[in-house]
Every structure is written in C-alpha cells, then in structure tokens.
Design a protein around this ligand. Structure first.
Ligand code: ATP
Length: 304
C-alpha cells in the first residue's frame, strides 16, 4: 500500500537502570515526507532512533520499520533502510572513496558513485583515510554511505551538525531530492531552521515522549498572533506601555519579546511610550512565531 507508514512506533519504552529515557513514545513517518524529530539534549531522540535501527531492544511497545520488526527482520531490512549515525560509525583505517565503493558493492542497484561524490563534494578528500577526515567531511561521507543503496527509509541523526554552510545546503538539497523520490526521511536535529526548511512533519520530544507534533505551519500558527521583538536599553517596564492580552519577556538584557495579539496599535503605543522616555529602539520587528519560539515555549529555557 503506497500510504502505509514507513515507520510506526507505538508506546515505545526504553529504560536504563530502571529510568525510562523513552517513556511511551508514538511516532509515524511516511514515504515521500521528511519527519524531523526535535528535542532538548537527553530527550530520548537517539535512543528512539536506535530502537528503530535494531541497535537497541525496546522494553515495551512496538516498532515497525517498513512493516517489519527491526530486530527480528534485521537481515531483510538492511538493504532497504539507510542509517547515518551521529558519530559516523564508519571504519577508520580505509580511504574515503574505497569505503564508499565497498558499501556500494553490498547493494543490488547502488547510486552512481561519481554523481554522489560530486553532489557531496567527496572528491577533494577521497584518498584520505576516514580517521583523518574533518568532522564535516566525515558527516558527508556517512550521509553518502547511508543513501548509496537507494533505501526506502533513511535515518539521519543530526545530518548537518558541524558542517560548513556550503555542505549544509548540499545536504539539504539532497534530502529534498530523496523526499521527492518517495523516500521516507527521518532526521533528528537541533537546528530549527533545518527543521523549518525541510520537514513535512515535526515531532517535538521531551523526557521520552512526543509533546507536540504536526506540520511546521500547524506548530507555529497560533491564531493570528504575532511576535514583536524589540532591542532597546535594558530593564524597561514595557508591560506598562502595553494593554492586556500581551506578554512581555526580556530573554537577554535589552532584548524584549512581546507575544499575543500584537497589532498596529501595539506598535504605535510602544514607540510612543519609548519616545516619551527618550529611548531609542535599535531594532523592532513583527513576525510570525518561529519554530524556535514554539520549541522554547514547549520545552522551557532551562539547560538540560
Ligand atoms: N547506554 C546507556 N546507558 C545509560 N543511559 C543512557 C544510555 N544511552 C543513553 N542514555 C541516557 O538516555 C537519555 C537519552 O539519551 P539520547 O541519546 O536518546 O538523547 P537525545 O535526545 O538523542 O540527546 P542529544 O540531543 O543530546 O543527542 C540520556 O539521559 C542519556 O544519558
């Protein structure tokens, strides 16, 4: 069935030493879609993905990868699922180009190596051993290895972490292309712009559970509310300048965020209030909430 999910997780629980780091997690990823899994450090993203890859055994719940059990049907799934691990997971004593050629030989219909090398700029370090590659080069090689076998489902754990902007854009283009070819792409990321740009479906995970999910549009739209950002001198009591229905915070000294029913009168009242006090606003913008705003609202601002 074309519409059946590529990945279906229900009620997943994984415990370490009696502590549930994944705690009743449900998630579905579909073919031809990019599903982004977001969450603070330690939220349980990698553990969840590792259960899907058959690298860890769930304590409770079910995981179905292309309709199969990733532990029981590991051999059948191997050629159909691509995996890019956070630490690369690559053998280190072999030259980059030889490693990729070796991986390609394991598949019936591998991608064209020349094209993949060109797309991900692997040529400049093809003769370097994996151990000597930079972090970003290693990431690109790991991505190439994950997709060279034309997988139906691919897991990318922080695919563009540590990459320069050029590489990041090359990776993003490739991810979009995979999606357009009908591949189900599941990626974890801490980059909100990456999720905003690429994801068809976003799941926010905290403390081992999905606490919000939907399209980026679903998650960021909160009626007609806008966010106003203002930079001026620190410590202003902006609440006094604004009416009810608006919440003001000062996340860093002199940078204010106003959320709620921000409208033309809000901007007028605020600038008049500042002018009366001879305070210059060095920046004032009004826009929709970003995915980062939503993420911080959902998961709080404390460090994990
Ligand atoms: N093998 C293990 N033994 C004990 N605890 C573990 C093990 N693996 C992971 N954990 C713990 O499980 C929790 C979830 O870790 P996980 O790597 O899944 O988080 P994450 O969401 O991927 O985080 P990050 O964004 O930092 O990559 C963390 O508190 C981690 O310390």
């Amino acid at each position: 069935m074309p519409d059946s999910p590529a990945l279906e997780i229900s009620g997943l629980v994984k415990r370490y030493g009696g502590r549930a780091v994944v705690d009743g997690l449900d998630l579905v990823a579909r073919p031809g879609e990019v599903t982004a899994v977001l969450g603070p450090n330690g939220a349980g993203k990698t553990t969840t993905i590792e259960c899907c890859e058959g690298l860890r055994q769930a304590d409770e719940g079910t995981v179905r990868v292309l309709g199969r059990d990733p532990l029981v049907d590991a051999a059948e799934l191997r050629p159909r699922v691509g995996v890019m691990l956070q630490d690369g997971g690559l053998p280190t004593g072999i030259r980059a180009q030889d490693m990729l050629a070796h991986v390609a030989r394991m598949y019936a219909d591998p991608r064209d190596l020349g094209e993949l090398t060109e797309r991900l700029g692997l040529g400049s370090f093809g003769r370097t051993t994996v151990r000597r590659l930079s972090g970003g080069q290693r990431q690109r090689l790991a991505l190439a290895a994950a997709i060279v076998g034309r997988p139906e489902l691919v897991f990318l754990d922080e695919p563009s972490a540590g990459m320069d902007p050029q590489s990041r854009h090359a990776v993003w283009d490739l991810v979009r292309e995979l999606r357009d070819e009908g591949v189900a792409v599941v990626l974890t990321t801490h980059l909100m712009d990456e999720a905003e740009d690429l994801a068809d479906h976003v799941a926010v995970i905290d403390q081992g559970r999905v606490i919000a999910q939907g399209s980026v549009r679903d998650l960021v739209s909160d009626g007609d509310d806008h966010t106003l950002r203002l930079d001026a001198s620190p410590g202003l009591d902006l609440g006094a300048a604004l009416g009810d229905g608006l919440a003001v915070t000062e996340p860093s000294p002199g940078s204010y965020v106003v959320v709620g029913a921000v409208g033309p009168t809000t901007v007028a009242a605020l600038t008049a209030w500042l002018a009366e006090r001879d305070v210059l606003a060095t920046r004032l913008t009004v826009g929709r909430r970003t995915l980062e705003d939503v993420f911080l609202d959902l998961t709080g601002r404390q460090l994990r």
